[in-house]
Structure formats: C-alpha cells, structure tokens
Design a protein around this ligand. Structure first.
Ligand SMILES: Nc1ncnc2c1ncn2[C@@H]1O[C@H](COP(=O)(O)OP(=O)(O)OP(=O)(O)O)[C@@H](O)[C@H]1O
Length: 382
C-alpha cells in the first residue's frame, strides 16, 4: 500500500500542498480530483521523488519510507509514474520505449516475462512493436507510456491526467485498460480532469482544493454527491439528467470540511433575468430588423412586438453583460512565454501601490545528451 501522511510541499514561500493524507492499496483505483493549481500533480511528484519543491511528511510504500529517496530508488521500491504529457521517446520504437521502462533493478531480470505481460495487456503494442512512437496517435502513445511504466513491474502505478487530449472514445478505452491493470492486483492512483469517466471505473476518490484534501469517499458516493456533480460532473448538462435541477436548489454540502459550492449559486444567467431565452430574443430581433427594412410594421404574433420584457429586467441583464465584459477586459494576463509561473501584475486598490507578489519558480534539472564525434576529437550535443 502507498501511504502519504500529512505531506506538505513548499515552492519557496508558496505552499502547494498542506498536510495531505492519501492512500491507495494494491488492486484498487483511486482518483484525485481538483481544480487547476490545487496541488494534484505536486502530490504525485512528491510520491515519486521528482518534486522541485521542499517535501515534508511521511511517504511509505509497503512500509518502506520513500521520503528523500532518489527517483530511481522509488521505482525500484515499486512505484511507477506516468507523467502528464506521457514523456515517451518519440524517435524510438514501441518496443524500445517499453524496454527502457525495465531499467530498474526489480524489473531487469524479468524483462522478457514482463514484456510479454504488457503485450498481453495491450495487444496493440505487440502488433505495433516496431512502429516509431512519434507516428502514433495520442491514445496509442498513452498506451505506450502506461506500458513502459508497467515494465518496471510496479505494485502501485500513478498517472497524471492520462486522458488529457484524448477523444471521449479513446478516453473510454484508456480507462478500461486501467481497470485491467487493477485486475492484475496493481494499485492505480491517478489525477484526472475527466471526473465522470474516471470515477466510473474507480473504487475511491479524493478531492483537493487549495492545497488541502477536503473530502474522501467511495467513487460511487462521489458520483452521487450533488456538490461533486455540480463542481466536477457538469450538473445540469444533458449527459446527467438526474442532476438537472438548477444550482440554487442544491442541498448543503455534506460535511463542514467539504464545502465545494457550484459556481452558479452566485451568478444568474441572462436567460433567468430576462425570463426567456437569449436565442429567442435574437431570433425575434432579426425578424424585427427584416420588417423595418421592408417598411412594414412587425407582424403581430411573430415579430419583435411579442417580446414583453419589463424595462428594468432588460436593463439588469444588459448591466450584467456589460459588467462581465468589463471584468474580462480588466483581468490581468498572467501568461508569459518564457515562464509558465509569472505573477499577474498587482492591481493597486489604494493610491499606495503594493509591491508585486514574488513567486519563485523551481525547475527540474535538465538532462543533456552528448555524442562522440566521428573523428573521436570531441563530443557534440544531440
Ligand atoms: N516548479 C514550481 N515552482 C513554483 N511553483 C510551482 C511549481 N510547480 C507547481 N507550482 C505551483 O504549485 C501549485 C500547485 O501546482 P500543481 O501543478 O500541483 O497543480 P495541479 O492541481 O496539478 O494543477 P493542474 O490541474 O493545472 O495541473 C500551483 O499554484 C503552481 O503554480
């Protein structure tokens, strides 16, 4: 069993994870859900020993303390990570990628047996053994990445957003494959944005909000929970008819610590303010302009004359739209091409300008590969 107990991660002054406790047993699938920047990837990186921040707390795999171990030692202990973006070697074949996954001490001797096991699990990889990975589809590359992690013969497989960039159909196939990994007795811990499909195959789940684990439950209960439906499962969408009640009718969150509230509790749509659909209004307005152009009065039943909206409601809707547009225009841009984590410029609230916040960025060490030159005189960078 993988157990993280009271794990805290700091990037400089920024606490990306605080006292997080998460566990996953062999033969179960556990999903971690949470908003962008909540600390989900940080948790997986901390467990795998590749976190750029300062990690404190207890991390154990079958009783072995992983804290402070080098990443390859952690793989040796039985924990494998499929990183976000897969990390496959695009210029190598499927088989070469898989073999590279068996470099750890625990897997090297059984490389052939494990390769057969991976091929049995994903027959497509056997068929495509000599295909260059860079020429494969996203879903196939994800399969290679999972197969490569499986080559280290792990007891626990962790995955960071494995369905990212995959079509719904390929995601479904991916999650079915993960269910088969679980059936081999391997524990699966994954961070996912696709709450619906991942919870459908999972046994348990955790919710992380603002660096804290705020809730834990069985996947079944999480799927039924109205607050989870509203926050992660798109309540009100056609795909979830059982949750089509409007957000204001949502029951209170189930516990004090678990307090995810649907965004729509705070906002009101233009449709609700106007009492009719915006699409209807646009259609009616188009009819009106056609009638004006023809120098005719609007038709009595279908033209704009059947729009009966009190002026105050129309004004309220227009004001809300204008406020939204103004907010969008004034929102600071935080993206900078040379650095993913640049602080947004501070907005001075008073005449006394505050100093901008300092966000420290830590980067993983870069690996560079050199090749000996043909004449043996020196090396060149690949
Ligand atoms: N190397 C780093 N240096 C500084 N801050 C970092 C670094 N990596 C992550 N952070 C910060 O830590 C916080 C948590 O990041 P993390 O990547 O764990 O979030 P996440 O929940 O996985 O989000 P996402 O779903 O967007 O990937 C964020 O505020 C992020 O900006």
């Amino acid at each position: 069993m993988l157990e993280l107990t009271n794990v805290t991660v700091r990037y400089g002054q920024h606490r990306a994870l605080e006292n997080a406790s998460v566990n996953v047993a062999k033969g179960e699938i556990v999903v971690i859900l949470g908003a962008n920047g909540a600390g989900k990837s940080t948790l997986l990186k901390a467990a795998s020993g590749i976190c750029e921040g300062v990690v404190t707390g207890d991390i154990r795999l079958d009783g072995t303390n992983l804290a402070g171990l080098a990443p390859h030692k952690i793989v040796d202990a039985g924990l494998a990570l499929v990183p976000e973006g897969r990390g496959v070697f695009p210029d190598l074949t499927v088989r070469e990628n898989l073999i590279l996954g068996a470099y750890s001490g625990r897997a090297r001797d059984d490389e052939k047996i494990t390769l057969e096991r991976v091929y049995d699990l994903f027959p497509k990889l056997r068929e495509r053994g000599s295909q260059i990975v860079g020429t494969m589809s996203g879903g196939e590359q994800q399969m290679v990445a999972i197969g490569r992690a499986m080559m280290s013969n792990p007891t626990i497989l962790t995955l960071d957003e494995p369905s990212l960039g995959l079509s719904p159909l390929l995601s479904k196939e991916l999650f079915q494959n993960l269910a088969r990994v679980r059936d081999l007795g391997i524990g699966v811990l994954m961070v996912e944005q696709n709450a619906k499909q991942s919870l459908a195959i999972a046994d348990r789940g955790y919710l992380i909000e603002n660096a804290h684990v705020v809730h834990e439950d069985s996947a079944k209960n999480l799927m039924r929970d109205p607050a989870v439906q509203a926050a992660y499962l798109g309540a009100g969408s056609a795909e979830t008819p059982e949750t089509q009640n409007p957000a204001p009718d949502m029951p209170e969150p189930m516990s004090e610590t678990f307090a995810i509230r649907p965004r729509s509790q705070k906002t009101q749509s233009a449709d609700a303010i106007l009492g009719r659909s915006v699409a209807d209004l646009v259609a009616a307005a188009s009819t009106q302009s056609v009638n004006v152009a023809a120098q005719k009065r609007p038709a009595d039943s279908r033209g704009a004359s059947n729009i009966d909206i009190p002026a105050d409601r129309l004004a309220a809707a227009l004001a809300a739209i204008e406020r939204g547009a103004a907010n969008a225009r004034s929102r600071p841009k935080s993206y900078h091409p040379s650095n993913r984590y640049v602080a947004a410029p501070a907005q001075p609230e008073t005449s006394e300008a505050k100093p901008p916040p300092v966000i420290e960025v830590y980067r993983a060490p870069r690996v560079e590969v050199y090749r000996r030159q043909a004449d043996g005189a020196g090396f060149e960078r690949k």
